[in-house]
Design a protein around this ligand. Structure first.
Ligand SMILES: Nc1ncnc2c1ncn2[C@@H]1O[C@H](COP(=O)(O)OP(=O)(O)OP(=O)(O)O)[C@@H](O)[C@H]1O
Length: 233
């Protein structure tokens, strides 16, 4: 996937406008962060890219992303399946033979291979999100869509997950929806705020990701984002 992914157009649900005249381009092999007020349509954008926007009518041009990997705020683990079986869930759902060795490699990457046989209920919230990340990596897709994946985590675990995810998704085209200006400043190579009248770009630092939480360029971008988000629409 070396072409930029583009979404230009308008979306409605049951005739109600969700967004109009949106023009969004995702640079390949790069992280785009999308922020904006609750209800402005960020998750709808993600779902449209994932072809999972049932009930949404889209009028415009939308790049074909192929099959994408997606990770959400809730870990969406199946409580009756072991950690390992959860990582292999995608293959099972598609009726393919799961690759156990590769699933174990993914669990090694997220530091959970010793927990492979446990049920999700026996893990902490941060560990469950790491299983969700292993499942996302198992899909091995060029395009990865992340919908507030770390928002339920404590600050320290969130920072660790940001670093691990940036590391493990190097080279992918990533769209991250987040409400956290610091997260966007640490991870964004392009940072956009979605408003009812379109997208506003906020300059992202040029340094490689994941950036240090306290780096001056991160703190500057975080402040810019706060100011922009607080500006009346
Ligand atoms: N199934 C649905 N039926 C009707 N309206 C919906 C449906 N799903 C979403 N909406 C509406 O679409 C709008 C955009 O929702 P979306 O979840 O994309 O917003 P968001 O920016 O991701 O919000 P948040 O930051 O709170 O997650 C909201 O006004 C929401 O109420």
């Amino acid at each position: 996937m070396n072409q930029p992914l583009r979404m230009t157009g308008s979306a409605t649900i049951d005739g109600t406008p969700i967004f109009s005249q949106l023009d969004l381009t995702l640079k390949p092999h790069s992280w785009t962060c999308l922020l904006g007020a609750s209800g402005v349509g960020k998750s709808t954008v993600l779902r449209l890219f994932a072809s999972l926007a049932e009930g949404v009518t889209f009028d415009g041009v939308l790049s074909d992303t192929g099959r994408v990997a997606m990770m959400a705020q809730q870990d969406l683990l199946m409580p009756w399946l072991s950690v390992l079986d959860n990582v292999m869930l995608g293959a099972r759902v598609r009726g393919e033979r799961p690759d156990k060795d590769r699933a174990c490699e993914r669990l090694v990457q997220v530091g959970l291979v010793d927990h492979a046989d446990k049920l999700p209920a026996a893990l902490s919230g941060g560990q469950r999100q790491r299983v969700a990340l292993a499942r996302t990596l198992m899909e091995d897709r060029a395009v990865v869509l992340l919908d507030e994946p770390f928002s339920a985590l404590d600050a320290l675990t969130r920072a660790q997950m940001q670093e691990l995810t940036a590391d493990l998704l190097t080279g992918r085209t990533v769209l991250l929806v987040t409400h956290d200006p610091n997260e966007a400043a640490r991870l964004g190579q392009k940072i956009l705020i979605m408003t009812p009248s379109g997208l506003v770009e906020v300059a992202a630092p040029f340094t490689p990701i994941p950036r240090d939480i306290h780096a001056p360029d991160v703190l500057r971008t975080q402040t810019d984002l706060f100011d922009q988000l607080r500006r009346p629409i």
